[in-house]
Design a binder for this molecule. Structure first.
Ligand code: HAM
Length: 420
């Protein structure tokens, strides 16, 4: 084993690419922060029970993909495979829903863990930015979340994504549909594992990618035909609000999603430039989740967007984000006195809000200039012994190559003015 290798299915974020990840998290969360969502952070692990009950005992996430561990004290924990169950648990624990202001709107950003077969866009450690609106049943809330995700992607310059939309019905109509679907599926020619799935989670069979299965599903009963009036009206309202907001979506009645807690509105953001792992984000309404984990009735809705896949989508569309420079001024002292003086200048520049860096270690001019170049700085300040004697520093514009002496007393003001 090479000790310098990250575990399978994981990768490190390193500069300069890591700056893109920060910018993506920022861009996804900006519309949420601007719409009444407060930041929440929960632990990286929870009791296994929370996900088993919340995400669902029959899902791949719970049966195959969770990283579980037993603590020395005997607790059964799992690294969080997703954020919704944790956020709802935290909101219930803190009684946020009792503070009187429903919905409780929260956003989060963090690492999630799933023991999946790694491939491009699918990792065992990945990152999401998510939003949950807890405790309100209102089609405008579902629409708000979809509109904000759309706004986030557009603010990054992305255009190659599509929004798939479906309604999964509620506790009144879904059981009726489920039974009709089971009756239909039991008559098909399917393998044993799929037969078992019919009994546990028949809607997932609709999601089966194999052609011989899909061929048999052509005449399967459609959930749309089973939606109760309340669900039908609710879904129509969500669709109307999206249309009024100018957000395009596609109806996809096969959209099932891999987590059990969804009711009514479900949606996925897919990007066509990503190959097999095309879902850049997904979410929906989960009106029964609170009760499933032992809480009161709290109809809620939310989504999570995958940061890793959003970065891949930017690459697929050839988008380079305009990021602020990591370093605007690079300081190169030659000699001990120059070092002391220039270090003071760098400190002052930083306090004035200018991104500045310094040539550390005893380097010659050539090595230091190489560092200056690599830093991407717009200006390099060189202070040699002769400059010191004359009371100036040499300021080099790294774009034009032009170099000019600037009086030391005016250096900070001069650079700050040039850069703002
Ligand atoms: P999810 O669809 O499982 O939903 O994940 C959301 C997004 O996380 C995916 O669309 C994808 O971009 C990213 N993602 C998931 N698994 C991986 C992976 N192995 N590697 C890289 N990216 C991945 C949820 O997690 C729900 N909690 C969303 C939600 C919030 N529903 C309601 N509220």
């Amino acid at each position: 084993m090479n000790t310098f290798q990250a575990p399978k299915g994981t990768y490190d974020l390193l500069p300069p690419d890591s700056a893109v990840y920060l910018a993506v998290r920022e861009a996804i969360s900006a519309p949420l922060r601007n719409s009444g969502y407060g930041y929440i952070e929960t632990p990286g692990f929870e009791n296994v029970e929370l996900f088993a009950r919340g995400v669902g005992e029959s899902t791949d996430i719970v049966t195959k993909e969770m990283y579980t561990l037993t603590t020395k004290g005997g607790s059964e924990l799992a690294l969080r495979p997703e954020g919704t169950a944790s956020v709802l648990r935290a909101a219930l624990e803190a009684n946020l829903h009792k503070a009187g202001n429903l919905p409780v709107k929260l956003w989060y950003s963090g690492s999630y863990y799933r023991y999946e077969r790694p491939q491009k866009g699918r990792y065992r450690h990945f990152s999401q930015v998510g939003a949950e609106a807890i405790g309100a049943e209102d089609p405008a809330l579902d629409a708000e979340l979809i509109i904000l995700a759309d706004q986030a992607y557009r603010s990054l310059g992305l255009t190659g994504f599509r929004i798939l939309l479906n309604s999964l019905g509620d506790k009144e109509c879904r059981p009726v549909y489920r039974e009709a679907l089971q009756t239909f599926l039991r008559d098909l020619d399917l393998d044993d594992e799929t037969r078992r799935r019919i009994e546990i989670n028949p809607l997932r069979v609709l999601d089966d990618k194999r052609r011989d299965v899909q061929r048999q599903l052509t005449d399967a009963p459609k959930l749309r035909d089973y939606l109760c009036d309340a669900c039908r009206v609710y879904h129509a309202e969500v669709r109307d609000l999206l249309t009024a907001a100018g957000v395009a979506y596609e109806d996809d009645e096969r959209l099932v999603r891999g987590l059990d807690y969804y009711t009514r509105t479900t949606f996925e953001f897919v990007h066509d430039g990503l190959g097999a792992q095309s879902a850049v984000g997904g979410g929906g309404r989960y009106d029964g989740l609170s009760e499933m984990i032992g809480g009161p009735e709290l109809p809620s809705v939310g989504w999570a967007l995958g940061v890793d896949r959003t970065v891949l989508a930017l690459e697929a569309e050839g988008i380079t984000l305009q990021l602020p420079p990591a370093t605007s001024v690079f300081a190169v002292p030659l000699g001990d006195e120059a070092r002391r003086l220039l270090f003071g200048v760098v400190t002052e520049l930083r306090r004035a809000g200018v991104a500045a860096d310094f040539s550390f270690g005893a380097k010659g001019l050539k090595g230091a200039m190489k560092n200056a170049n690599r830093s991407g700085a717009r200006f390099t300040v060189v202070l040699g012994e002769r400059d010191l004697a004359e009371g100036v520093a040499q300021v080099k514009d790294m774009e034009s190559g032009e170099q000019k002496p600037v009086p030391l007393a005016a250096l900070v003001a001069d650079l700050t003015a040039k850069l703002t």
